[in-house]
Each structure stands twice: as structure tokens, then as C-alpha cells.
Design a protein around this ligand. Structure first.
Ligand code: NAD
Length: 260
């Protein structure tokens, strides 16, 4: 049953053609939001918009590379042009590149590309999105971090880990700086999910089991479970929450030894 938890809100979601972003776009729209679906992947992005419209919701697709300043500015101006304002900025696009490993083995270009998308992308989203939130009288920013911002991973991804630490610390500072402008900024830290991003690395049963050992719940999370947490952060239900990290991780960051 569709609700109205985001009635009259306009949300911009990056990386909305797949995984967490896609499920959030569908859920936010079903809760009354008008949604700007932003992604590099045009075909899949249009498909998400098509699904939202078929269900009676409102959405536009904006093709953009979040690491590119012109694109980041345009995703915001196109959202305001289409829907008149911006209330929710969900900086969710992120990559985990092959070649990302330990410090010794990771090529410099892999490190820099990861930071360009995962860190500069969030910075640019805020650089152009926060003035729009101000124009709307305030709003909610959600940045997708990760459990690896808190824990060292047994399978190293040094660039990815560094990028998510930066997302988390930027989130805190943004929250402090913009709190009196009625702009809340929170991080969503997913645990390991059964999405394309992770499964292309954990491509054997052995690798999957190696990771599952660390998750108290004994299973991977679903993108839909992240979307529900993002909905809470996007909506006024989280009105006294800012600078926080919402960990939705099957208990992985709470565990030292997991149950048999
Ligand atoms: P996904 O690969 O399913 O979706 C990511 C989307 O981002 C894709 O549609 C992709 O086209 C888009 N994208 C990539 N680079 C982009 C760019 N430069 N500009 C615009 N769009 C771009 O991944 P997901 O699992 O839904 O990941 C979403 C976020 O969640 C990422 O920030 C990721 O780091 C984070 N995360 C994922 C997991 C996991 O286990 N899957 C765990 C923790 C955090």
C-alpha cells in the first residue's frame, strides 16, 4: 500500500538506475515524492522512470556523471526546473572498482577514480544541491557511506574504504555547518548487500561464505532494506536527526565473534 510519507517533497537520487538508488526512487515515489533519477546509465535510468510513471508517480531522468561539476550542477537545475524545488538530496552513486586491493597492489588511477566518484561526487552534489535546499527553506541530505568506513575489511579495497571514510566525515561537518539552515545531513551505512556492486566481487560461493561468516544475521542485505532506511532519513520522521550514521548492516559492525 502506497503511503504519503514524502507528500509534496522533491527528491534527487544519484545512482538511481540500480541497487539502492533504484529501490529508493521507487519507494520515495510510492510515498508521494516527485523524483529526479540521476545516473550514468541512461537505459536503466529511463526504465526506473518508466516504472514510476506506470505506477502513477512523477519522475524525470537526468543523465549525469556525479564526478563532473557541470553534470552535478545540471542535475540540480533540471530537478528544480521540472519540479520547482529540491527537498531531498540523496548522494548515493558510488563505485567499487576492480583493481582496488591493498595499498601495494592498487594502481594510482583506480585510487583516484574511486575518490573522484565516491568523494568528489558527494562534495559536488552538496556544492550545487545545498543552495537549492536553501531555496526550498531546508531539507534532508543523505550520503551513502558503508560499514567499511568503520571496520577494516578482511578483503582489502583501500580506495573504496578511504572514500567511504571521507563520506562519513564530510557528512558530520556538513551537518554542523548547515544545521541552522534547516538542512539535515545524515549518512546511510549499508552492510554487505546482494547487489551488483558487491556480487561481482564475491563471485564464488567460497568468497560469499568468507564474507557471511562476519555477518551475525548470516545473510546479505537487500537494496530494498536500504531504501526503507533512506525513506526514514528523507522524511520529516527523522526531524531531530543530523550528523548521524544510520548503520543498516545485519549486525556486522556490532560483531566481534558471530554466532555459529
Ligand atoms: P549499484 O552498482 O547497484 O548501483 C550504483 C549506481 O550508480 C549504478 O546505476 C551506476 O550506473 C551509478 N553510477 C556509478 N558511477 C556513477 C557516476 N559517476 N555518476 C552517476 N551515476 C553513477 O550499487 P549499490 O549497491 O546500489 O550502491 C549504491 C551505494 O551504496 C554506493 O555508494 C555504494 O558504495 C554503497 N554501498 C553498497 C554496498 C553493497 O554491498 N552493495 C555496501 C555498502 C555501501
Amino acid at each position: 500500500m502506497a503511503g504519503q510519507r514524502l507528500k509534496d517533497k522533491v527528491a534527487l537520487i544519484t545512482g538511481a538506475a540500480s541497487g539502492i538508488g533504484k529501490e529508493s526512487a521507487l519507494l520515495f515515489a510510492s510515498e508521494g515524492a516527485r523524483v529526479a533519477v540521476v545516473d550514468l546509465n541512461e537505459a536503466a535510468g529511463h526504465e526506473v522512470v518508466g516504472t514510476i510513471r506506470a505506477r502513477g508517480g512523477e519522475a524525470i531522468f537526468v543523465p549525469a556523471d556525479v564526478a563532473n561539476p557541470e553534470d552535478a550542477e545540471r542535475m540540480v537545475t533540471e530537478t528544480e526546473a521540472a519540479f520547482g524545488k529540491l527537498d531531498v538530496l540523496f548522494n548515493n552513486a558510488g563505485v567499487m572498482l576492480s583493481g582496488d586491493g591493498d595499498a601495494v597492489g592498487t594502481p594510482l588511477d583506480v585510487f583516484e577514480k574511486t575518490l573522484a566518484i565516491n568523494v568528489r561526487g558527494v562534495f559536488l552534489g552538496c556544492k550545487y544541491g545545498i543552495p537549492a535546499l536553501r531555496r526550498a527553506g531546508g531539507g534532508s541530505v543523505i550520503n551513502t557511506a558503508s560499514f567499511v568506513a568503520t571496520l577494516g575489511a578482511a578483503t582489502p579495497q583501500i580506495a573504496y574504504t578511504a572514500s567511504k571514510g571521507a563520506v562519513l566525515s564530510m557528512t558530520r561537518e556538513l551537518a554542523v555547518i548547515h544545521a541552522r539552515e534547516n538542512i539535515r545531513v545524515n549518512a546511510l551505512s549499508p552492510g554487505p548487500l546482494r547487489t551488483e556492486l558487491l556480487m561481482k566481487f564475491l563471485d564464488t560461493e567460497e568468497k560469499r561464505q568468507r564474507r557471511l561468516v562476519h555477518i551475525p544475521m548470516g545473510r546479505f542485505g537487500e537494496a530494498k532494506e536500504m531504501a526503507r532506511a533512506a525513506l526514514f532519513l528523507a522524511s520529516d520522521e527523522s526531524s531531530y536527526m543530523t550528523g548521524a550514521e544510520l548503520r543498516v548492516d545485519g549486525g556486522i559492525t556490532a560483531a566481534y565473534v558471530t554466532p555459529e
